[in-house]
Design a protein around this ligand. Structure first.
Ligand SMILES: C[S@@+](CC[C@H](N)C(=O)[O-])C[C@H]1O[C@@H](n2cnc3c(N)ncnc32)[C@H](O)[C@@H]1O
Length: 290
């Protein structure tokens, strides 16, 4: 069963960013959007996807947790003369209907994995942009868009564990950003917890509290905005797996992600203890390679 903390986090993981217009059009093509098709956007933000689908003649609706975004979406759709059903609600609430012919999602993988049981009940086709559905093979891909015919084929996952000993992320300063990891879990309870060093700078959410069988487990980290030059990190504990060490540098340099060996993790753990912490990508990489 979900601990209250995890259940709460799953419902309050709103991460707002509009999907790219090109990816939206690719997703609408893959899903065969046109007259007579009902599309529902899971977390519809400002309604831009609904507008694009309505322009193709589809019936559109959206569910969105954030009241301000709901108001914005309604205004955009009304301005364009589109009759759409946009509701404020929580996608995890059983009272919120998520039935449609096509479900569109630009949600982070752990949220998507948690929603999957609800999505499967609808029998809809699912299109996602930027993110895979953890553990499933898309029926088709086009650019950043994926189409899933559900229940779909399961992706084989390797031996249980993390692909690497650690991960280093260079991300933007002062605003929220997202990193999405995936582990191969042996099945059973998957409770996730960040240690103090990581919890100080990130909120961590896994895609499940329990897996019936071995499979992919999405683990998303939402970095809370920190000043440029902030270097931090710590361990993610996931029940059933070895710890995974994640380090972050908030920087105005280009965003990037590196895989870390055990030696790299050891070097960066040392760097965290130093009085003079690294504050540029070059300095962090030098500490990892020491
Ligand atoms: C990354 S944005 C994508 C917005 C839009 N679909 C698009 O592609 O432009 C994800 C949206 O999902 C909403 N969201 C996240 N979790 C939700 C939940 N449990 N219930 C309803 N909305 C949620 C967020 O508030 C956010 O607006």
């Amino acid at each position: 069963m979900a601990s209250p903390d995890t259940a709460d986090t799953a419902r309050t993981w709103p991460f707002w960013a509009p999907s790219q217009a090109e990816a939206v059009e690719a997703a609408l093509d893959l899903a065969g959007i046109g007259p007579g098709v009902h599309l529902l956007d899971l977390g519809c933000g400002d309604g831009q996807v609904l507008l694009a689908a309505a322009r193709r003649g589809a019936t559109v609706s959206g569910v969105e947790a954030d009241a301000d975004l709901v108001a914005e979406a309604k205004e955009h759709l009304a301005d364009a003369g589109v009759d759409a059903d946009v509701r404020q609600g929580d996608l995890f609430d059983p009272a919120v209907d998520v039935g449609a012919d096509v479900l569109f999602s630009y949600l982070a993988p752990a949220t998507l994995q948690r929603l999957l049981p609800r999505i499967l009940e609808t029998g809809a086709r699912l299109v996602t942009v930027d993110f895979d559905v953890p553990g499933l093979v898309p029926a088709k891909r086009s650019g950043a868009a994926r189409l899933y015919r559900l229940p779909g084929r399961r992706r084989a996952v390797g031996r249980p564990g993390w692909p690497t000993a650690g991960t280093l992320v260079a991300t933007v300063p002062d605003v929220q950003s997202l990193s999405c990891l995936e582990a191969a879990h042996p099945g059973g309870p998957t409770l996730v917890r960040a240690d103090d060093g990581l919890a100080a700078v990130a909120t961590v959410l896994s895609g499940a509290d329990h897996l019936e069988e071995a499979g992919a487990l999405a683990v998303d980290l939402r970095w809370e905005g920190q000043p440029a030059g902030t270097f931090a990190g710590g361990a993610i504990h996931v029940e059933g797996l070895e710890d995974h060490h994640v380090f972050v540098l908030h920087t105005d340099e280009e965003e990037s992600v590196w895989e870390l060996s055990a030696d790299g993790v050891a070097g960066l753990r040392q760097a965290l203890l130093a009085t003079d912490r690294p504050s540029t990508v070059d300095e962090v990489l030098a500490a990892a390679n020491r």
